[in-house]
Write a protein that binds this ligand. Structure first.
Ligand code: HEM
Length: 406
């Protein structure tokens, strides 16, 4: 029996439409309530939105594969995944297990903790721009510093870092209704890939104390007993992913934080008065309006759920941002509350074997970034006329959040 209360076409869930970007939660609510297993005839995807369905789905990599990619465009692409630059986020076990072990070796909690002084200094330098009584939290600040942090770790010379940020943003941009990457997006991807390839070649010739040099050195067990080093393409895939996954997300999270706290000034005041609440504030912004809205998976077998069958070889949107606001599993899920004691899984960083590798780094950047905002804008209002949503694939947030201080 089909437990969906309405036919699929009664709900217009178009993840590439302006309506969706303007208010994703409105459609998530309908999906969770009326169509927990939703099928989009227009794009050919399925979508899961309830916490109790998304959590086991994200864990079950034998059924829900990452091997074809994690965006709809990638999963639907006719191009065989082998031709892509290899990225850990698009691997299934056992390949993923080996690669995750290896990159975890250069991404240890100790290594991340050691970055704190560099992150504080980077944030301080960019927070200098938050002077005067009005500025744009995203364009003047949160969009600029996370790329500095990640490219500093990688070993990119200072003068090239902001160029890499610009190259990163272009491939993610979408016009309403556009699923695939634009020509400009492809050109920007090629430019950054070429840049990183040249940098890897330089570090092979003359290693420095940076992450690219360490990735060149590290050994990976491919088959029983045979350890080899990473190839240039594997290093390229990993560092492109880090730059992509590590910059946009933190930038978006802090912009969303400004909008949320603008609407909840009493919680901003509480945070200013007690900065030990920063960690909880980060988690709540991530839960309530996390930058990654969904991860896409590809079914390797038929899946029976709520009386429907998702056939094998189908793309499935795991709607993380819908699941983290599911009142069936999270008490008062629609309430933004930085003091919330939430004992479940904050799906903002994903769940299961692909859970965000950079979570500790993102938390550190987020806390330090929010801390600097508390000093620069102790009391503020958001100027609603200047707010601009980003229209990126999978990612939600703002490109412009103008505020007035005082
Ligand atoms: C607030 C900031 C961030 C958010 C919301 C976020 C979110 C996510 C999510 C949802 C996934 C799971 C993807 C999937 O299951 O398909 C993921 C994976 C990943 N993230 Fe993050 N991320 C953030 C910051 C970072 C940072 C700072 C880095 C590193 C510099 C990073 C590196 C990665 C990597 C390498 C993976 C792939 C892990 C794997 O496939 O095993 N992320 N992230």
């Amino acid at each position: 029996m089909n437990h969906s209360l309405v036919a699929d076409d009664a709900i217009d869930f178009d993840p590439f439409s302006a309506e969706f970007h303007d208010d994703p939660q409105a459609v998530y609510r309908r999906l969770r309530d009326d169509a927990p297993v939703y099928h989009s005839a227009r794009y050919g995807f399925w979508a899961l939105s309830r916490y109790a369905d998304v959590v086991p789905g994200m864990k079950d990599f034998d059924t829900f594969s990452s091997g074809r990619g994690i965006t709809l465009e990638q999963v639907l692409a006719p191009e065989p995944p082998e031709q892509r630059i290899p990225m850990i986020i698009m691997m299934d076990p056992p390949e993923h297990t080996r690669m995750r072990k290896l990159v975890s070796a250069v991404f240890t909690p100790r290594a991340i903790a050691g970055l704190e002084p560099m992150i504080r200094e980077t944030v301080r330098a960019f927070a200098e721009r938050l002077r005067g009584d009005s500025f744009d939290v995203v364009a003047d600040y949160s969009n600029l510093f996370p790329i500095e942090v990640i490219t500093t770790m990688l070993g990119v010379p200072p003068e090239d870092r902001q160029q890499l940020r610009q190259w990163l943003a272009i491939p993610l941009e979408r016009e309403p209704g556009q699923m695939g990457m634009s020509e400009a997006g492809r050109a920007a991807t090629q430019a950054s890939t070429g840049y990183y390839a040249a940098l890897i070649a330089e570090r092979r010739a003359r290693p420095l104390d940076d992450m690219i040099s360490r990735l060149i050195e590290v050994e990976v067990d491919r088959e029983a007993g045979a350890a080899t080093r990473l190839t240039d393409r594997e290093i390229l895939g990993f560092i492109s992913l880090l730059a992509g996954a590590g910059a946009e997300t933190v930038a978006k999270l802090l912009g969303s934080a400004a909008v949320l706290f603008g609407a909840h000034p009493e919680q901003w005041r509480a945070l200013r008065a007690d900065r030990s609440l920063l960690a909880g504030a980060f988690e709540e912004v991530l839960r309530y309006e996390g930058p990654v809205q969904y991860d896409v998976r590809y079914t390797l077998r038929d899946v029976e759920l709520h009386g429907r069958t998702i056939p094998a070889h189908s793309p499935v949107l795991m709607l993380l941002a819908a699941a983290t606001r599911d009142p069936r599993s999270i008490p008062e899920a629609e309430r933004f509350d930085i003091t919330r004691a939430f004992s479940g899984n904050n799906l903002g960083f994903g769940y299961g074997i692909h859970r965000c590798l950079g979570a500790a780094l993102a938390r550190m950047e987020g806390r330090i970034g929010l801390d600097a905002m508390l000093d620069a804008m102790p009391e503020f209002t958001v100027d609603p006329s200047g707010l601009r949503r980003s229209r990126e694939t999978s990612v939600a947030g703002w490109t412009h959040v103008p505020v007035r201080v005082g």
